[in-house]
Structure formats: C-alpha cells, structure tokens
Design a protein around this ligand. Structure first.
Ligand code: NDP
Length: 284
C-alpha cells in the first residue's frame, strides 16, 4: 500500500516558515501585499479566491480582492493592472483563471509587471523558466516539486513523466523537473501508448482534468504518483464529489507514494502563492 503524501500537513508546515519570514520582513518595514483579480464567472474561482484571502491573512500577508462582473471589458482590467503595477505597496498580482468569456487571459496576464507576476505566467517569467534563469515559477509546479522532494531526497536522474502541457501546470512542471536534472517525458492528448510510457516513470505527475484517467496499468510498482487534477463529478447515488486524474483506490495499491485529492497538490498551490508573494516583497 502506498504512502499517502499529506499535502495539507506539508503545506501547513511550509506556511509556518513563510509566516516567520513575513514577520521578519515587517520588522524591516516591508508589508507584503497581494492583489487578487477575480474576473471569472466560474463558481469554483470564488472559492479559490476566498481560500487565498484566508491563507494570506493567516501568514500575515495583506490581500485586496478586485471582483469584476459580467460586461467587464479588457480595458477595465488593463487599467487596474497598470494602477497596481505602479503602486509600490503592492508586491504581487494574481489574475484568477478562467476569465469570463470574451476576456483573453494571455493578453491580460502579460500586462502584469514580471516583477509582480506572482504565478509566473507572464511570457517573461515563462521564458526565464525555459532558459533556467531565476524568475517567478508558477505555484502549482513548485508545490508538485515540493511534494516529490518529500519522498525523494535526490531527484536527479529519475525518470519523471508529466501528463498535460498547459502553460499553468503541465509545461512548467516539465521544465522545473528538467531543471532539477530529472529525465522528463511530456505527454498530451496526441501521445500514444500512454499506459506503457507511464509505466517507465519513477515519478508520474498527472494534470489533465480527466477524472480517474490514470489507472493501475499506468503505474510502475513503487512509483511516486502526484495527482494535480481536480474534477467535480456526480456519483451514481447523486452526490457531488471532487476527484483527481488518478483512480486513487486502484493506484494506491501499487504506487510507492501517492497524493490524495483533495488535500494533495491543492494546499501546496496556495502555500506557494504566499511564498512567491514573500519572495517578490523581499527581492524585487
Ligand atoms: P488544461 O485543460 O489547460 O490542460 C490539460 C492538459 O491535459 C492538456 O495539455 C491536454 O493535452 C492534456 N490532456 C487532456 N486529456 C488528455 C488525455 N486523455 N490524454 C493525455 N493528455 C490529455 O488544464 P490545466 O493544466 O489548467 O489543469 C489540469 C488539471 O489540474 C485540471 O483538473 C485543473 O482543475 C487542475 N488544477 C489543479 C490545481 C491544484 O492546485 N490542484 C491548480 C491548477 C489546475 P493537449 O495539450 O493535447 O490538449
């Protein structure tokens, strides 16, 4: 039976260290502050933003939420981003995705100053990750690597397979693991023989959003399995529940270590949002 990687506990411990460093920074007269821009009409975004506000408060980071409603134009958000870029009291800016229909994420996110781009999604920060230069790295991949390191003291030379290649999760996770000297295989919806390729992985990261897509036939006995996926499904009895990409019951029987959904990667993502805010307040 696999070791369950308790993301909630690991994230709480990590946040304690963030809180201590926030306190130190305040003594030096710097008060870390994050702006959360919510121009989404996805109900889940509302919950994610609330979680970010709550965690920010608990680690001593000031957060301001800017909620946009239906009919918002890109120019309205662009104007806010410009204002926040120019405000020396704001260290970090997050544009919550997905945006409402009609608003273009890439165009808007690229208006954020790379030095305040807390989720590392501007083309500048993505380019820095690509070339292995220091920059802001997206929060979810940082959380994924942290969880992997809780199992593997050394990751160099291990074979990591990442399913998914989005610019928010899959692609930066692949690059982060490559920069950490793993041998990395990136899979996507055009890839062939997925189970066979995945069975060669020492570390398997799945970020597809396909519920219970990864079964026991994808996993080498003893492998570490990190499930990034979050899907809301209706069970046969009508109850709604959240599941990951991985069929947890099946895979936990053969994996060496596995993250649950919920309480795996999710808490780490929010913890790293706080870490990146701190980093931006310290260093830029
Ligand atoms: P996207 O939809 O942007 O990307 C999904 C990726 O999975 C694409 O690259 C797609 O391939 C690939 N994919 C989809 N179906 C298959 C398949 N059958 N076989 C192989 N590859 C496939 O999603 P995100 O990257 O934004 O998010 C992925 C999941 O992670 C979602 O469930 C999301 O909710 C969750 N998430 C969780 C977070 C957390 O903190 N826990 C944070 C962010 C996201 P292709 O490129 O070819 O289309």
């Amino acid at each position: 039976m696999a070791k369950i990687i308790n993301g909630k506990k690991i994230a709480a411990e990590f946040c304690n260290s963030v809180r201590e460093r926030v306190d130190e920074l305040k003594v030096r007269g710097v008060f870390p502050r994050i702006a959360l821009i919510n121009a989404s009409n996805d109900p889940a975004s509302e919950i994610y933003v609330e979680k970010k506000e709550t965690l920010a408060e608990s680690v001593g980071i000031k957060s301001d939420t800017y909620k946009f409603t239906a009919g918002t134009k890109e120019a309205d958000i662009a104007e806010l981003i410009e204002k926040l870029n120019a405000d020396n009291n704001v260290h970090a800016i997050l544009l919550q995705s997905p945006l409402m229909e009609g608003l273009r994420f890439r165009e808007l996110v690229n208006l954020i100053s790379p030095d305040k781009d807390v989720d590392g999604l501007t083309s500048i920060n993505q380019g820095r990750l690509f070339s292995g230069e220091p920059g802001v790295v997206p929060c979810t991949p940082l959380g994924v690597l942290h969880l992997i390191r809780s199992i593997h003291e050394k990751v160099a030379g291990l074979h990591a397979v990442v399913i998914g290649r989005s610019s928010i999760v899959g692609r930066p996770t692949t690059l982060l693991l490559l920069n950490a000297n793993c041998t990395v295989t990136a899979l996507h919806s055009y890839s062939r023989n997925l189970p066979e390729v995945c069975r060669t992985a020492d570390i398997l990261v799945s970020a597809t959003g396909q519920p219970k897509f990864v079964g026991r036939d994808f996993v080498k006995p003893g492998a570490t399995v990190i499930d990034v996926g979050v899907s809301r499904i209706t069970a046969p009895d009508g109850t709604k529940k959240i599941v990951g990409d991985v069929d947890f019951d099946e895979v936990s029987e053969i994996a060496g270590a596995i993250t649950p959904v919920p309480n795996g990667v999710g808490p780490m993502t929010v913890a790293y949002l706080m870490y990146n805010t701190l980093k931006l307040a310290c260093c830029y």
